[in-house]
Write a protein that binds this ligand. Structure first.
Ligand SMILES: *Cc1c(COP(=O)(O)O)cnc(C)c1O
Length: 297
């Protein structure tokens, strides 16, 4: 039956005690707790594509990602759950030892196809794997269906009391969904995790209706030198954040998001009486690429 693979979208809202002293209310929407593998925003971005693939009677989904990609492992698990085969086009040569992320993806039945970086860049799908039964999902779930799925993040419960909503940004698909689903009094702020990603604004605009273009706010100061880059300060912050707030984060996305939130509050970015909601978009599996013991959670 259609849709019986849907997971519950009801998520918890947790407070942030470490910020009490700044007299700003900030809470976290814990999408990371929704599912052990299809974590955080990935479920929301995938669900409309999965529905579409089923309606079109497709048998296989094909998508793209790197060796540590949250999107790849989430697609593998969601594919399995929805009765679709899956193929992951993976950037770079096949390594002698697979990452845990890719090992997990294999265990969910995903077929992995490694392509060189040049072919990956142009999203070339090797001719032998594509056929009429395949449904292609963009890297990171970028696209209008991804955005429409992400709108449900703000629709699960009444979040209208929040004045600001802040989220980590990769492709911007999730941010576009948040913007679309927000109310006029709410400001949506994105923290890009890629360095100098100046095309991002345009890519988000391409998803949104024109009247929403002025609602895009991106703060480009918290990428920590680039995608999946980190330093000792970030790791220490993530450990402190966990000690004080009991909320785990990942070094690629949500660690940088929470660092930005903490820093912006300290710099009085938010007007008095603001009520901020930070979106915990999941991705904790990615921390497994760090040396054991680096993080206390
Ligand atoms: C993929 C991912 C994002 C980025 O989402 P986009 O919709 O591509 O901007 C943010 N946070 C986490 C944890 C992710 O895995």
């Amino acid at each position: 039956m259609m849709n019986d693979f849907f997971i519950s979208e009801q998520s918890r809202i947790d407070p942030l005690p470490s910020l009490y002293k700044f007299h700003t209310t900030a809470d976290v929407l814990r999408l990371d707790l929704l599912h052990p593998v299809i974590s955080g925003n990935k479920w929301f971005k995938l669900k409309e594509y999965l529905k579409d693939a089923q309606q079109l009677h497709k048998k296989r989904i094909i998508t793209f990602g790197g060796a540590y990609s949250n999107h790849i492992v989430a697609t593998a698990a969601a594919g399995k759950q929805s009765g679709l085969k899956s193929t992951g086009i993976i950037r770079g040569e096949e390594p002698p030892v697979l990452s845990q992320t890719l090992t997990d993806a294999l265990s969910f039945g995903m077929e992995l196809v490694f392509v060189c970086r040049e072919d990956y860049k142009v999203k070339n799908i090797p001719a032998e794997i594509i056929d009429d039964d395949s449904y292609i999902i963009n890297e990171g779930g970028y696209g209008v269906k991804g955005m429409n799925g992400a709108e449900a993040i703000l629709q699960q419960t009444d979040l209208s009391a929040y004045t600001h909503i802040i989220a980590a940004v990769g492709t911007g698909t999730t941010l576009a969904g948040l913007i679309n689903a927000s109310e006029p009094h709410q400001k949506i702020i994105g923290i890009p995790v890629l360095k100098n990603n100046f095309s991002l604004q345009k890519e988000i605009e391409a998803l949104l209706p024109k009247k929403k273009h002025q609602c895009i706010t991106l703060i480009h100061d918290y990428h920590f030198s680039g995608y999946a880059k980190y330093n000792a300060e970030l790791l220490q912050f993530m450990n402190d954040w966990y000690r004080q707030n009991k909320i785990p984060s990942d070094f690629v996305y949500t660690g940088k998001l929470f660092f930005a939130l903490d820093d912006l509050i300290k710099k009085n970015y938010f007007p008095p009486q603001s009520k901020i909601l930070a979106i915990h978009s999941g991705g904790l599996q990615g921390n497994r690429s760090l040396q054991k013991g680096t993080l206390i959670f």
